[in-house]
Design a protein around this ligand. Sequence first.
Ligand SMILES: Cc1cc2nc3c(=O)[nH]c(=O)nc-3n(C[C@H](O)[C@H](O)[C@H](O)COP(=O)(O)OP(=O)(O)OC[C@H]3O[C@@H](n4cnc5c(N)ncnc54)[C@H](O)[C@@H]3O)c2cc1C
Ligand code: SF4
Length: 482
Amino acid sequence: MSPHRWLLADQLGPHFLDDPGQPVLLVEAREVFRRRPMHRQKAHLILSALRHRAAELGDRAVLLRTGTFREALGQLGGAVEVCHPHSRAALAFARSVDGLTVLPPRGFITSQADFAAWADRSRRAPLRMWDFYRENKRRYGVLTEPAGGARARTPARRDPLDVPPPPAVEEDDIDAQVRRDLDRWAAEGVRFVGRDSPRRYPVTHAEAEARLAHFLRHRLAEYGRFGAVMSAHDPTLAHSVLSSSFNLGLLDPEPAVRRAEQAWRDGWAPRSAVEPFIQQLLGWREFLWQLYWYVEPSFRGGRWLPATEPLPDWFRDLDADAVEARCLADVLAGVRDRGWAHHAQRLLVLGNYGLQRGWRPAELVEWFRQSFVDGTDWVMNATVIGMSHYADLGRVDTRPYAVDGAYIDEISDYCAGCRYVPERALGDLACPYTGGFESFLHRNGARLADDPRLTAELAARDDPEHREAVLAQEEKRGDNPP
Ligand SMILES: Cc1cc2nc3c(=O)[nH]c(=O)nc-3n(C[C@H](O)[C@H](O)[C@H](O)COP(=O)(O)OP(=O)(O)OC[C@H]3O[C@@H](n4cnc5c(N)ncnc54)[C@H](O)[C@@H]3O)c2cc1C
Ligand code: SF4
């Protein structure tokens, strides 16, 4: 008899199976939910996706509910194989189990060998996503024609976005049972963060495919223009909101890339919208996945900016009601209510706030992982530590994403309704992002010498009296909600 294929909770799409007759193992291990708090909607997605997959596979699948994964494997007995897990901890566990065969990774486009060959070719040069993306386009024959044409105009703050929202997903009896189980676990002491809501995100391949098809037909055309925009009135803008579907393994990224390219060829969306979307999947997503395995875990001990402050409770608990700063209150409420925010909100509102205040990167990584429905180790290490929380990743080219309130005002409609004034760094109306930005520059100036943008920003603020006043004000603000 062929071995069971163990499908982990992030390996639930058809591309994680080959032989249509092979028996399948699925495991719900309580240790995952007990170990550390998780967003309630993320816990729901994981359980619902596992149970839906078991229902789809019928007699072919066995779904075991145990305390630990080891118990489940012991209960099943016999030979088991699993595709390469998506975290170092899970890989180490899989390798420690006798009789468990670890197969090559799936759910990504580039092979580890191809990435290593590319990275090793330029031994001394910093690794840049743009070079990797260019190489990947060539390797996979995607968007090979020169782009040409004008770049899409970034919309003004109040330009309306006229696209339908992602279509709703329907809950069923499986979701109802998941909700009852999670209520019971919570009563038994398992800690969740965030609010429950009717399920917002796909849990099956079919639901995710329907979302992708809707996105390509109705939303992709505006993706490029609205990528870096933030709006208090529209949490999703033209984003695909498919990250949890990719990360649960419901969608295979390579066909998604091909279909996005086809959407351009069919005239559904301009190249200026399709290219940035494909760049996220074939560029960023692949690059960060490969970096996670290529760069040794010791990179965490690299050339940190000093960042030793703990995360304050209001942030950890997603207490958006305690926050007056409109941008941060809105994004934090989105995380509390939806377990999701788009890229600019994560980078410029959440990560930027923590970077300015020197919050501990490892705690911020943990916070992102637990609070987001798509939160996953391999993105987070490089994204939070490398981009949001500037740290030397060895050979990886990174910059600190520190910006002030005036920048947030340029790309959002938040500031008009805020009690603070984006240009002010000092006084009662001082924007916490502007005061925080200046304080960050003054505290870290010498370490930012190789960043021309921040060096120029620092040089423009050379009044010692103003500097001392800003530093004292931000020190006083401490970890109070802004
Ligand atoms: C501080 C910080 C933390 C983040 N943490 C995560 C995380 O835990 N998990 C996660 O999947 N993404 C993470 N991202 C990347 C990105 O913000 C999300 O993937 C994206 O916002 C998800 O929304 P979407 O599906 O609408 O993406 P879209 O904008 O529609 O992009 C399409 C797809 O491309 C991929 N993608 C987009 N941007 C990135 C990126 N920068 N890196 C890797 N893949 C990307 C995702 O799979 C996404 O679904 C993080 C970004 C930042 C700045
Ligand atoms: S003024 Fe500052 S705190 Fe208020 S919304 Fe703008 S950037 Fe955010």
